[in-house]
Design a protein. Sequence first.
Length: 280
Amino acid sequence: MRSRSRVQDFEEKAFNLLRDLIYARTGLYYGDDRCELLEEKLAPLVAERGFNSYLDYYRCLKDGTCAALEWQRLIDAITVQESYFWREMGQVHALVEDIVPAYVAQHPGQTLRIWSAACATGEEPLTIAMALEEAGWFARASIEIVASDISAAALARARRGWYRARAFRNLPRTLQRKYFTPVNEGWQVLPALQRRIQWRQANLVVREEILDLATAPVIFCRNVFIYFSREMARRVVELFAEQMSAPGYLCLGAAESLFRVTTAFRLEQIGEGLIYVKAT
């Protein structure tokens, strides 16, 4: 009994080392109430890769020659990679109907960059592109959409541009037929729309990877900070504020708030959407 207890205690300490390493490198925070969820994701991965313990896996990720490859496998296993088109559209309508017209009027001839941070498999940036296309903005102004994610696997799916039917549950059928074609029991995005997006791999908690991206006047970073600690969210948001010119627009998910995180942005109702604005 004593030996078994020591083994369990040792494994718990190794698990916590692994949990802390994941947090430091990705921002994903697993408090004590979410440890079981993390263990459900890690245990099969550790077993499949042939590691004898969490400590062996931790050592590989931290210092081993296999670290880069194993990190990508880990990230792909623990990140949320499913989304759908036409999600939380109030902010997108505000972008198309209010923010873009104001920017074009105030910055004639300049390119407006829109950054979709943590874009997963690409539904959000493609939604933005469809909405802008429907409003005729690509023909009237210089607009670029950059989409990034920490997961190489998610970005590979985004670049492929093939989606199952469940991704279209909110998208009007007319737009689905206009911008996608049926292929192999799914739908393939048309090249003309896919070319509107620049795909990049970037980790939100690595300053050097997002410095230039954060200069975008419009940032969609939705349903990300619900997985971060308050301190990590503060670090990322304050980098956004540091790099953004005013006015800058930050779109978060419906369940997210910057209350007690930062005062660099104020929440405003813009058209149909609630959007954080950097004013100074």
